[in-house]
Design a protein around this ligand. Structure first.
Ligand code: NI
Length: 251
């Protein structure tokens, strides 16, 4: 069972990383993919992957910080991304919910990340919030790259559109939330060979731990919910998702 999106590279985790890792292993977690949101967290993700051979790094600058990205930022990111522990570029994409950076800057930086991924032959982990149409159009305009829609929060219809483009789709804690009926319909519609799961920890702890600080051990609750939605035993769901995760990230 691989947590395909964690932020153990977040300073919040420094205090008790050993305990977090012990609990993850006890819960059956066999791999953790830590993802950056700026240059320093991307470097930290690589450091963790150097330290633990069952961890991997994804490096990028989150759309929240797009307005700060200069050509020098992208050059530095490219150097970081050349480390052998780096398995994808991200998280990148568009966030029109917070609009922390102007939308034009977000689109420019998203495209720059896709160019880097194409250059290095890496897949892309996409963050998309309240920006479905623009996200879809940018992905459609950049074929030949593997895409993972992380912490999916869009509609069933949009999931079909992303699947048609060849994207993989990952679900996090929100799929377990009590009122998330539409999200569960979307999750049930994603075929077992395109489905991933993640924690996005320390955020978005799943039920029954909603509101707590999230960590990789809790990914089992997401796995259990997805198994229930697909009507398959949880072991079967985990085996399918693990195979997808390895195929997507080539690990
Ligand atoms: Ni994240």
């Amino acid at each position: 069972m691989i947590d395909s999106h964690a932020h153990l590279n977040d300073p919040d985790f420094d205090a008790d990383l050993d305990q977090v890792i012990t609990r993850a292993k006890a819960a059956g977690v066999t791999g953790i993919i830590n993802i950056g949101y700026d240059l320093s967290s991307s470097r930290r993700a690589v450091e963790l992957a150097e330290e633990y051979d069952w961890m991997y790094a994804v490096v990028g600058v989150h759309p929240h910080y797009a307005q700060d990205v200069t050509p020098e930022t992208m050059a530095e990111l490219e150097e970081i991304a050349k480390a052998p522990q780096v398995v994808a570029i991200g998280e990148t994409g568009l966030d029109y919910y917070y609009d922390n950076s102007p939308r034009e800057a977000q689109k420019r930086v998203f495209n720059q990340h896709l160019a880097l991924a194409g250059k290095l032959g890496l897949p892309v982990v996409v963050h998309s919030r309240d920006a479905t149409q623009d996200t879809f159009e940018i992905i459609k305009a950049n074929p030949g790259i593997r895409y993972l829609m992380h912490c999916y929060s869009q509609s069933l219809e949009s999931a079909k559109s992303y699947l048609d483009l060849g994207c993989y789709i990952s679900f996090a804690g929100p799929v377990t939330f009590k009122n998330a009926h539409k999200l569960r319909q979307a999750a049930a519609s994603v075929p077992l060979d395109r489905l991933l799961f993640e924690t996005d920890c320390p955020y978005l702890a799943p039920e029954p731990l909603r509101g707590k600080r999230n960590e990789p051990a809790f990914v089992k609750y997401v796995a259990e919910k997805l198994a229930e939605l697909h009507g398959v035993p949880v072991d079967e769901l985990i085996a399918a998702v693990t195979a997808n995760t390895k195929a997507f990230f080539r690990i």
